[in-house]
Design a protein around this ligand. Structure first.
Ligand SMILES: C[S@@+](CC[C@H](N)C(=O)[O-])C[C@H]1O[C@@H](n2cnc3c(N)ncnc32)[C@H](O)[C@@H]1O
Length: 288
């Protein structure tokens, strides 16, 4: 089984090409996994899973015994944990039955439970509580994050990644067009759907409660085939609340048309025809 290489005591980023198990994981995820209902999500599975790999690669725990993946989705992040810690007892928790059905179908050696992160507590303390790209959907981080840390056993860790690209041209345009007079009165829930706390917020919250804390941001420069691919990417996640707030397909088509024009302007093609889509993400690992 591949292990994270250590540089000056810090595990290096996991490298897909050097990590045997992740080769098969990659094949399963990107070749064999059928397009489940939210197929847009896994269409960009590689981009989305990279952050889970990077987060897992920075966790300095040798043999966590009990691991929980909060907001496990279709199991892609959970599979990263299984590959790194083959002997651990791993549970994936999600509130979406569709996502869990996909996880159960694709991965057999983890436990999958349906539940809401907002009112979840561990039956027994975890050695690693992991969450990739999910906590932004759960409000009340001032209480939630300390509560999650309390579910971690002494010596264990809470490891989290959340998107931090709300100041991007894409998100600004999503908000700008949501203010269109035709539908702005219905957009309240969409504006509030995602938690948008700053890194300093998490630092202040966790530093006094942790034995050790690492916090960092990474901006992934994602080459996309076209501006339309950027919209496809975000339609699987952050754009959903806006589309759900619109009355019908006619409104959705109008909104998407406005957005498509703006995205084509804001993300011009590179000389090779690709479009670069910068995506900033926040990571933190709090050790108890
Ligand atoms: C963007 S996906 C992340 C999936 C996976 N962790 C990954 O790394 O790609 C977010 C997941 O969080 C789940 N989720 C959102 N809010 C939740 C909540 N309150 N309780 C449990 N799961 C939640 C969604 O159902 C979805 O599957």
């Amino acid at each position: 089984m591949g292990r994270a290489r250590r540089l000056n005591g810090i595990p290096a980023r996991f490298d897909l090409s050097n990590w045997e198990m992740l080769v098969s994981l990659k094949e399963l995820l990107f070749n064999a996994m059928p397009l489940w209902d939210a197929n847009l999500y896994l269409r960009f599975g590689q981009e989305r899973t990279q952050a889970a790999l990077d987060l897992a690669g920075h966790i300095e725990l040798d043999r966590p015994r009990r691991i929980v993946d909060l907001g496990c989705g279709p199991g892609n992040s959970t599979a990263v944990l299984r590959a790194r810690w083959p002997e651990a007892e791993i549970t994936g928790l999600d509130r979406s039955p569709e996502m869990l059905a996909e996880a159960r179908r694709a991965w057999h050696d983890c436990r999958w439970i349906e539940g809401d992160i907002a009112n979840w507590s561990a039956a027994e303390p975890c050695d690693l509580l992991f969450s990739n790209a999910a906590l932004q959907w759960v409000h009340g981080h001032a209480l939630l994050i300390p509560h999650l840390l309390e579910q971690v056993a002494p010596g264990g860790a809470l490891a989290v990644q959340v998107p931090m690209h709300f100041d991007s041209p894409l998100h600004r345009r999503m908000r700008e067009f949501a203010l269109d007079a035709r539908w702005r009165e219905r957009m309240g829930p969409a504006f509030n759907a995602l938690v948008r706390e700053r890194p300093e917020f998490y630092y202040d919250l966790l530093a006094p409660r942790s034995a050790r804390l690492r916090i960092w941001e990474t901006e992934y420069m994602q080459p996309m085939d076209s501006p339309a691919a950027i919209l496809d990417f975000i339609r699987g996640t952050g754009l959903r609340p806006y589309l759900e707030a619109l009355a019908d397909d006619t409104e959705r088509a109008l909104y998407l048309e406005l957005l498509a024009d703006a995205v084509a302007h804001d993300y011009p093609p590179r000389p090779n025809g690709k479009v670069l889509f910068p995506f900033r993400r926040l990571f933190f690992i709090a050790y108890r």
